[in-house]
Write a protein that binds this ligand. Sequence first.
Ligand code: ARG
Length: 458
Amino acid sequence: MAKMWAGRTAGITNKLADDFNSSIHFDKRMYKQDIEGSMSHALMLGKCGIIGEDEAEKIIEGLKGILADLESGKLEFDLTCEDIHMFVEQVLTERLGDLGKKLHTARSRNDQVALDIRMYLREELDEIQELLIDFVRVITNKAEQYKNAILPGYTHLQRAQPIVFGHQLMAYAMMISRDIERLSDCRKRMNISPIGSCALAGTTYETDREFEAENLNFDGICLNSLDGVSDRDFVLELLSDISIIMVHLSRFAEEIILWSSWEFKFVELSDEYTTGSSIMPQKKNPDMAELVRGKTGRVFGDLMGLLTTLKGLPLAYNKDMQEDKEGIFDAVDTVKMCIEVFAGMVDTMTANTENMLNAAKKGFINATDLADYLVKNGLPFRSAYKISGQIVSKCIAEDKVLESLTLEEYREFSDLFNEDLFKEIDLVTCVEKRISKGGTSVKSVEEQIKYIREKFNI
Ligand code: ARG
């Protein structure tokens, strides 16, 4: 059958070329947006007198019917159509005859596809945000539950200073809270309507672009028609935002994988979110966390793919741009799945607070506090740091910890040491003393929890 765009050519194409060119197998997921966009377009055409108002009404009714039939399964996608836009127009024309052919007045598939993808992605963006808010809620509740649990905080994956588990968890809540804000920011630029840019140069018809945009809940219109049909920066922006979310998830995933190892044994994942091994009966593998870590790579690939596709493209529309969809669809599907699974995994995770505390006791993580003790008693920090280091070294040589040395032993290094030093290097005191804003004291963690709960109303 000849193509709808048959004109200059007979519109008869090679089968292989057709399959290669076609995008309906992936852009069919934008059917709803395509039909809604077309309804608004018809309404605008009628209002502006470009077609009759009665004609616009009939077209809108026809489109409603197509939407209902697709949703009920009465109508199936015709995969021989080039794309979703051609499919909807074809069915409309089959159903309404010549009237269906009027819909495409004062627009082009170039502005139509730019419109559809913006409408589709803003809905996905909203969904991702909802999922993230729920995830933050889960993390914050866990943080509340473990706001007193002491564990080592690490730098270079070496035990550094004591913190509470609630503090570590709230670090992720803060990251995710910025991810949520970043999406809101992205939405502002995404939610601008390109429709009416037409093929590239605008149109000779007296259209009302603002009317059409408002009707579709956009915040404004693209002010340059070439830009309107050419750019996909909003897709790149969403992909970047999703990539950053995946960075955060994969770091959290990595920690959960470490923490649930036999070497750490800080957390226990619920059976629901782990798998066994087909051969080693003792195994309880953190597959979900590993998969999140792994899927991060493919999302970065989606971003790199589109950056590369768009790089160096001349204005305006080029068919290369059809390649914008599969990557972002994949990224959106992937991140949604990852967030949901992650939230369930964290929600059902328990901490082994005893192991955490034991690990904190063994690593000289109160050595900074020992130095601070000397500073408070008059020694300059660098000298205090040196003495503390020497004491740690003695402990290592004698297989002791800071808490097990006697006052006499301490006094061999400095006569500034007194009995009160033991309280100062007690892990609970170490944590409680970290009163600086944003520090690890329980009070500070409680403030962080309050801030996040108020911010997202959770
Ligand atoms: N399927 C195309 C895409 O996804 C729609 C736009 C096609 N426009 C054109 N003039 N060939 O980008």
